[in-house]
Design a binder for this molecule. Structure first.
Ligand SMILES: CCCCCCC/C=C/C(=O)SCCNC(=O)CCNC(=O)[C@H](O)C(C)(C)COP(=O)(O)OP(=O)(O)OC[C@H]1O[C@@H](n2cnc3c(N)ncnc32)[C@H](O)[C@@H]1OP(=O)(O)O
Ligand SMILES: Cc1cc2nc3c(=O)[nH]c(=O)nc-3n(C[C@H](O)[C@H](O)[C@H](O)COP(=O)(O)OP(=O)(O)OC[C@H]3O[C@@H](n4cnc5c(N)ncnc54)[C@H](O)[C@@H]3O)c2cc1C
Length: 642
């Protein structure tokens, strides 16, 4: 079946501009011509040490070639080049670009930029972001690492009071970084002023050995990211100068006077940044797994439909389409939402850093808390469906889907565990409902204004705005239901914290619905704004899959469930309409074979030949008889014969 649109033009919609889309193609082509930048052999055949070594080798090679391939100051081009060459399994600079430099920009003063930013950008130093501890990750207020100010020497003494206070998990900390932004409780004259970010040198710049007073190492293998070195870190009364408190917002004077920041959570900007970028990152992972599954499904033939002389492509099965197409819609929806949150973050950091204006923080915190939770969860679901859609071959590392899954679901945990973050958004929703109850609807932000709308009769949705209306109604009802349940407990004398906990499941449901509504509205809005009518029509088919699937999936929140039958019919027909364009919608992401790293999902479609070559290259096939067979199996069988 042939697609009805041009994938290069769709790529420009996905990546935001024709220029960036074509630069991505040029960068992929340039990488394909430089063997030094390719994996020296398939990553799944490597053990952990080999993977870390391979990633470090490629990173150094990339650093050498980078100025010939891209403009080093272009963030988007750099991101693509890194994805292409380094892949997704982690590397020594993974946190340097993602949290260390942004953390320094968000928290450091101009003087501190002068001292560290240029060096970091030139990669004279490598940094990471060390916040989570062995005993605490979610509850930042209970972090135990201390940074006590000593006015006599104008230094902070960083200390790990007990084992639970060891920093644990930071990416690229274990073996690669020589600097870290360390989050520690600022203590002045025995007063704990809460977590603050400090620039800390961990290793000697010449020898790379840990400095005295620092204990640091790798935390061992993980579900994924095994090319990276997540680490542990402890301090034994380790002294750093006063100037190492990142002090754009909060300051300590030489005499120990504390100048507090304009907003209590302004120190969290590095986390807000990653959360703002997560929707696009996850969309990209989801699209990776889907292109593998859809390409394979367009090659794999099994069973018969009308034509009894030739087996059917498995992509023609309705169940296969139901498994995969709603996730294609989500990948697009997440990309569009992600661009919006990135733009909001960039605006916020400008407002805060230039004008000290923190008024956008609460809204963006609520939005990104919900979005990162829903998007990572649904991405995990979609990738797992993609794996199952490839049958037995999906289970092989040749598909690479299990690696993508491991990487993606890390996002359910890092940057705030999903349930914890859904509860953060719920605080915002509950406050909004309370405003309405207190007659202050005018104070509601635009994203929650629908919470004040009256209930109307549910009717079969015909146009997109009807779907949005129905979804708003479901989301509003759940936010109200959860809030009223919580307030009733509080009014009955239960403490706020306990009442919150007794309502928590309902609260997380409200947050999910609110976020799914936001995703739906953003998707519809973006598609409606596309000028090219041809592309807009194709994406309209995708939106149709999305709105019907979302409504069905959340149908339990409708009062009139008889609506669901017509929605089911509309979904089945929209899956059918999407079939001719499904593969091209994914080809539009324009992943190269190098970037995909999937034997099953290669562009050439020679699935069986490629799988056989891959199997033959397994290290186990280097000899016909393995030493373990000689040593154990043959003697066992010989003994049994006696
Ligand atoms: C290529 C891929 C690379 C992947 C790299 C992955 C790298 C991963 C890195 C990491 O994981 S770094 C560590 C990340 N850690 C976390 O995310 C920890 C999660 N916990 C928190 O963020 C916070 O503790 C919390 C859960 C948000 C709660 O914060 P806290 O206890 O300090 O506040 P509360 O008392 O609950 O709330 C008070 C008040 O403040 C509001 N608020 C909280 N955070 C923010 C914020 N960032 N911005 C604005 N406002 C915030 C909160 O909503 C409350 O408001 P009110 O309800 O009182 O109005
Ligand atoms: C791949 C990866 C990379 C990471 N990189 C970094 C890094 O670079 N730097 C860094 O500092 N950290 C990093 N982390 C750590 C990460 O940020 C934390 O693991 C994460 O924030 C979750 O915290 P936790 O481990 O304390 O989970 P916990 O909070 O212990 O979660 C365990 C369970 O308790 C529940 N729970 C906890 N609190 C509540 C609550 N208040 N209400 C209801 N339920 C609750 C959770 O929902 C969850 O079910 C990384 C983690 C991973 C997996």
């Amino acid at each position: 079946m042939t697609a009805t649109f041009d994938t290069d033009r769709m790529a420009a919609v996905i990546y935001g501009s024709e220029k960036l889309a074509s630069r991505r193609r040029e960068i992929s082509a340039a990488v394909s011509r430089i063997p030094e930048l390719h994996d020296s052999r398939p990553l799944p055949f490597m053990d952990r040490l080999e993977k870390v070594t391979e990633m470090t080798r490629k990173l150094a090679a990339l650093n050498k070639h980078l100025p010939d391939i891209i403009d080093p100051n272009d963030y988007e081009e750099g991101l693509h080049l890194y994805h292409e060459v380094m892949g997704m399994e982690g590397h020594p600079l993974a946190l340097h670009e993602v949290m260390f430099i942004p953390g320094l920009i968000g928290q450091g003063s101009d003087e501190q930029y002068e001292k560290w930013l240029g060096r970091a950008r030139r990669r004279e130093i490598i940094g990471c972001y060390a916040q989570t501890e062995l005993g605490h990750g979610s509850n930042l207020r209970s972090l135990e690492t201390t940074a006590s100010y000593d006015p006599s020497t104008r230094e902070f003494i960083i200390h790990t009071p007990q084992i639970t206070a060891l920093k644990w998990w930071p990416g690229a900390l274990g073996k690669s970084s020589n600097y870290a932004i360390v989050v520690a409780n600022l203590i002045i004259r025995d007063r704990n002023l809460g977590p603050h970010p400090f620039m800390v040198q961990l290793r000697d710049e010449e020898t790379h050995r840990p400095l005295q007073g620092i204990t640091v190492g790798d935390i061992g293998p993980k579900m994924a990211f095994n090319g990276g070195d997540n680490g542990f870190l402890g301090f034994d009364n380790y002294r750093i100068p006063l100037g190492n408190l990142l002090n754009r917002h909060a300051r300590v004077e030489e005499d120990g006077i504390y100048v507090k920041p304009p907003h209590a959570k302004v120190g969290h900007s590095a986390m807000i940044r990653v959360r703002s970028h997560m929707a696009t990152g996850q969309a990209w992972l989801l699209a990776h797994s889907l292109i593998i599954a859809v390409r394979y499904s367009a090659v794999r033939r099994q069973g018969f439909l009308e034509d009894k002389t030739r087996e059917v492509k498995i992509l023609d099965y309705q169940t296969q389409q139901y498994r995969l197409f709603p996730s294609i819609a989500r990948a697009y929806a997440f990309i569009f939402c992600g661009f919006e949150t990135i733009r909001l973050y960039d605006q916020l950091i400008l407002d805060v850093n230039k004008h000290g204006n923190t008024s956008g923080m609460a809204d963006l915190h609520a939005l990104t808390s919900g979005l990162k939770s829903v998007v990572t969860y649904q991405t995990g679901e979609g990738i797992e469906q993609a794996r199952m859609a490839c049958g037995g071959h999906g289970y092989s590392m040749a598909s690479y889907i299990s690696e993508i899954y491991g990487v993606a679901i890390g996002g359910c945990t890092y940057e705030g565990e999903n349930m914890v973050m859904l509860l953060q958004l719920a605080r915002y929703l509950v406050k909004s409902v309370e405003l309405i109850k207190n007659g202050k609807s005018k104070e509601l932000g635009p994203m929650v204004a629908y919470l004040a709308e009256p209930d109307t009769q549910e009717k079969t949705p015909l146009e997109l705005k009807d779907y949005v209306k129905l979804f708003q109604m479901m989301s509003k009802r759940q936010s109200w239901k959860a809030t009223e349940r919580y307030l009733k407990l509080v009014e009955g004398g239960v403490s706020r914290d306990v009442a919150w906990n007794k309502t928590a499941v309902e609260l997380t449901r409200a947050s999910r619905l609110h976020t799914r509504l936001y995703i739906m509205e953003t998707f519809i809005r973006r598609v409606s704004s596309i000028e090219d009518m041809n592309l807009r029509m194709v994406l309209r088919d995708l939106v149709n899959v999305h709105v019907n699937y979302e409504l069905l999936d959340c149908g339990i929140y409708l009062h009139d469930v008889s609506l669901l039958d017509s929605i089911k019919n509309q979904l089945y027909s929209s899956l059918h309409s999407l079939r001719p364009n499904a593969l091209s919608l994914l080809d539009s992401f324009q992943f190269s074979d190098i970037q995909l790293r999937s034997v099953l999902g290669r562009r050439d479609g020679h699935v069986y030949e490629n799988l056989f070559e891959w199997a033959k290259s397994s290290p186990l096939n280097v000899s016909d008889v393995l030493p373990s067979v000689d040593r154990y199996l043959r003697p066992m069988m010989e003994k049994a014969k006696l």
